[in-house]
Design a protein around this ligand. Structure first.
Ligand SMILES: NC(=O)c1ccc[n+]([C@@H]2O[C@H](COP(=O)([O-])OP(=O)(O)OC[C@H]3O[C@@H](n4cnc5c(N)ncnc54)[C@H](OP(=O)(O)O)[C@@H]3O)[C@@H](O)[C@H]2O)c1
Length: 303
């Protein structure tokens, strides 16, 4: 089976689950995105895990995270993102996946994050054991740490079928010049960067370049780690939010991100099922057009 067919099959399975999700009408529009290097479909909203899933051995907190992951798959989600930098988050994800019977829709996105590249293979193997997956779908070099050494190994692993995709990450506008050079010169499938209603630096060069080079884009920190929503929630929703089917500021923030044509997937993190459902709801209804996107950003910046 070609990867694109496998992806489509998984996407249809996800849509069927969405239809069966109690209390949730089947989406009028669920804009699946495709990974340019393969044609595989990915839902536009994924799940981050930094801080929210770093709950240690606390059994009740682990179960709460398992419920978030359950709701994520029930809503048609696929991509979960983690890193060895995120404390016990990898173990929390592994626990949830085991409890949920290893959902076949999972698209596992991990990172290698170690300055001594000779220890990269051992770190990735430890991560794989935490998740309990046979291999990762995507391995990213976290914050470009020792990327010159890690990237050749990741590309070899991909060629050998031990990974499906390779990428690099950054956040908060750091090292965009270096990311640009990598996107221009290296055969990466994915780039992960920060982009939201207030942090729009990526629009200038990286998002158009990713589109031109046919590289998938994962967006981190869509809520500025929650601070953006905390400040927006003090204000009433503007009238245009209802026009694009948003039930709150979280969906406004996510629809802004996923309506950029270069964006493949956004990965908000949450520890709460209610928030997870709001976030997945951003895949329903209309997305803003270019004119409304500009208005959204301008009005939010002025608040
Ligand atoms: N360099 C890198 O590779 C890099 C850097 C940063 C982040 N990342 C990845 O990107 C993911 C997302 O970024 P982030 O975790 O920094 O921040 P974020 O997703 O922008 O914000 C997460 C915060 O928003 C809150 N939240 C989520 N949904 C909400 C809702 N519907 N209503 C109200 N509050 C809500 C969460 O609190 P509750 O738990 O209360 O919902 C959490 O505190 C990370 O988890 C990580 O996987 C990667």
């Amino acid at each position: 089976m070609r990867p694109a067919d496998a992806g489509r099959r998984r996407w249809l399975a996800g849509a069927a689950v969405l239809a069966a999700w109690p209390g949730q009408a089947l989406a009028a529009t669920v804009p699946a995105r495709t990974i340019p290097s393969s044609g595989e479909a990915l839902p536009a909203v994924g799940l981050g895990s930094w801080i929210t899933f770093n709950v240690g051995e606390d059994a009740s907190a682990r179960e709460a995270c398992t419920e978030v992951v359950r709701a994520f798959f029930a809503a048609g989600g696929r991509l979960i993102d983690s890193s060895p930098m995120y404390g016990s988050s990898q173990a929390t994800i592994g626990h949830a996946l085991a409890r949920l019977g290893r959902p076949p829709a999972l698209f596992s996105a991990e990172k290698v994050w170690i300055g001594d590249a000779r220890r990269g293979a051992a770190q990735m193997e430890a991560s794989r054991a935490f998740w309990g997956v046979p291999r990762f779908d995507l391995m990213q070099v976290h914050n470009l740490l020792a990327w010159q050494e890690h990237l050749p190994r990741l590309l070899e692993m991909k060629a050998a079928g031990r990974l499906r995709y390779v990428g690099v990450t950054t956040s908060e506008g750091r090292r965009h010049g270096e990311i640009e050079q990598i996107l221009r010169s290296q055969p990466v499938d994915f780039v992960q960067l920060s982009y939201n209603l207030l942090d729009r630096e990526a629009e200038r060069r990286l998002l158009p370049l990713a589109q031109e080079r046919r590289i998938a884009v994962i967006v981190n920190r869509p809520f500025r780690q929650g601070r953006l929503l905390d400040s927006l929630q003090r204000h009433p929703l503007p009238g245009w939010a209802a026009e694009i089917g948003c039930d709150g500021w979280a969906q406004v923030a996510l629809k802004f991100v996923i309506s950029h044509p270069a964006v493949t997937c956004v990965i908000p993190a949450t520890s709460q099922v209610a928030h997870l459902r709001q976030n997945m709801g951003a895949m329903q209804g209309r997305l803003p057009d270019a004119a409304l996107r500009e208005r959204m950003a301008a009005e939010v910046a002025a608040l």
